[in-house]
Design a protein around this ligand. Structure first.
Ligand SMILES: [Zn+2]
Length: 434
């Protein structure tokens, strides 16, 4: 989900990795691996297991085993509260809504999509556990079997170590134009947690170097996501899949030391994560506000971000063959999206530049087909479509794409500004520099 909706949908199935680190008050901060809820016997047993796993992780990664993290067993409502606390500290609600609006505008999620209802509440029921950066504690779902708790502890304790060593919680907090960089860091965090847990579980200690279980997380995590819009589903899965692939590559290159270098390096994009050795040389694309000559003169910018390769691939996966989706996303040189609130309307723009014109044409065709109703078949460009809520225009010029959309907010009435196809197309032209 990216973004970042796709990629900044940092609510995770195995953890929550998207929040500012906010120290728990001293009075709530017991020593390493203290357990705060449960029957005395359970507390003692869980504490011992956590202490042992902390030592195992520290030995594998060459880390100091002292770790200030609290554990608790939690029911659904407590897990949901932890997710919401991390979400609230991660991203402003207006920016979160604007992210969703971006996806709605271009047909990737339905108009009635509600993040809290459809994702947060839904997945608090399926979570095995999570590490809350905001609370700096691990929550384990109650009534899980021994093996599941063992596996969950390994994964979440790695996140606790990442918070200690890399201040991950602060690094993945949403900031304007940083979505793609955050997605890359989030993916590295998930990849490391998965590969450490795998290596500790593997009697032969191959971990991620044993490629026979490569798609395990994808299959396991994907099982609970079928009810979600595909773009959201893939956005939630991408950090696990891309991160594991990336850490697997690093381990082959130089073992865990190479992973340490990746953390200390300047990871700026999912392109760098997915294509080691390739740097992000592209300059930031300019993105213009809606024209002040129109009824949208009083617009307020609420969201500006880079979706990046991972974000684009999340949107393409359900529409083309996975290999094609990966190839098209990899051809993305640069992109940028903006969402403005204009009274009772949203004005949305997305600008992309791809390596080749044929890639731009294919990506534009996917977007065109995802709209309801679909836009006129390309190559007519610009093309524009109207539905009951507003207009959407799409312009392809060589390897450049510009898409604009102006829509009434759900529930708003006819007092909203009316924008014509001509105005939407003119805005798209200005985005591309025509
Ligand atoms: Zn995780």
């Amino acid at each position: 989900m990216s973004p970042r909706v796709y990629c900044c949908l940092l609510i995770c199935l195995l953890c929550c990795c998207g929040t500012r680190t906010q120290p728990v008050p001293q009075s709530q901060r017991p020593g390493p691996s203290r357990v705060t809820a449960g029957k005395p016997r359970e507390i003692g047993e869980l504490s011992q297991r956590a202490t042992r796993i902390v030592r195992e992780i520290a030995e594998l990664r060459g880390w100091d085993p002292s770790l200030d993290v609290t554990l608790e067993t939690a029911g659904n409502s407590r897990l949901e509260a932890a997710i919401l606390a991390d979400e609230e500290s991660q991203i402003d609600p207006a920016a979160r809504q604007a992210e969703i609006e971006l996806l709605v505008s271009f047909g990737f999620v339905p108009e009635n999509f509600d993040f809290e209802r459809d994702v947060t509440q839904r997945f608090s029921r399926d979570l095995q556990g999570l590490y809350s950066f905001t609370w700096r504690r691990i929550l384990l779902a109650a009534s899980r079997d021994y093996k599941t708790v063992e596996s969950t502890l390994r994964h979440e304790l790695v996140h606790a170590f990442q918070d200690k060593y890399y201040n991950v919680g602060a690094k993945v907090r949403w900031r304007e134009d940083q979505g793609d960089r955050i997605a890359a860091i989030h993916s590295l965090a998930e990849g490391e947690a998965i590969c450490v847990a795998r290596q500790l579980e593997d009697p032969l200690h191959r971990g991620c170097l044993d490629t026979s279980s490569d798609d395990f997380e994808y299959r396991t995590l994907g099982e609970g996501l079928q009810s979600l819009p595909p773009a959201i589903r893939y956005a939630l899965l991408c950090p696990y899949v891309d991160g594991t692939r990336s850490v697997q590559h690093l381990l082959r290159q130089g073992g865990w030391q190479a992973v340490d270098y990746a953390w200390r390096g300047n990871l700026n994009s999912t392109r760098e994560l997915l294509h080691p050795g390739q740097s992000s040389l592209a300059t930031m694309l300019a993105i213009e506000a809606p024209s002040t000559a129109t009824a949208l003169a009083s617009c307020h910018l609420e969201y500006l971000d880079v979706l990046g390769e991972q974000g684009l691939s999340s949107m393409l996966f359900d529409h083309v063959d996975p290999g094609i989706a990966t190839q098209l996303a990899a051809s993305l040189i640069s992109d940028r999206a903006g969402v403005w609130r204009c009274g009772g309307s949203y004005a949305v723009a997305w600008r992309m530049q791809l390596t080749l014109p044929k890639h731009a044409s294919r990506v534009a065709s996917v977007i065109s087909a995802s709209l309801t109703p679909p836009l006129s078949p390309l190559p007519k460009s610009p093309t524009c479509g109207q539905n009951r809520n507003g207009v959407t225009s799409l312009l392809v010029l060589g390897r450049d794409i510009a898409i604009t959309s102006v829509h009434q907010c759900i529930g708003e009435n006819s007092q909203n500004p009316t924008v014509s196809c001509e105005e939407a197309e003119n805005w798209a032209k200005r985005l591309i520099g025509l």
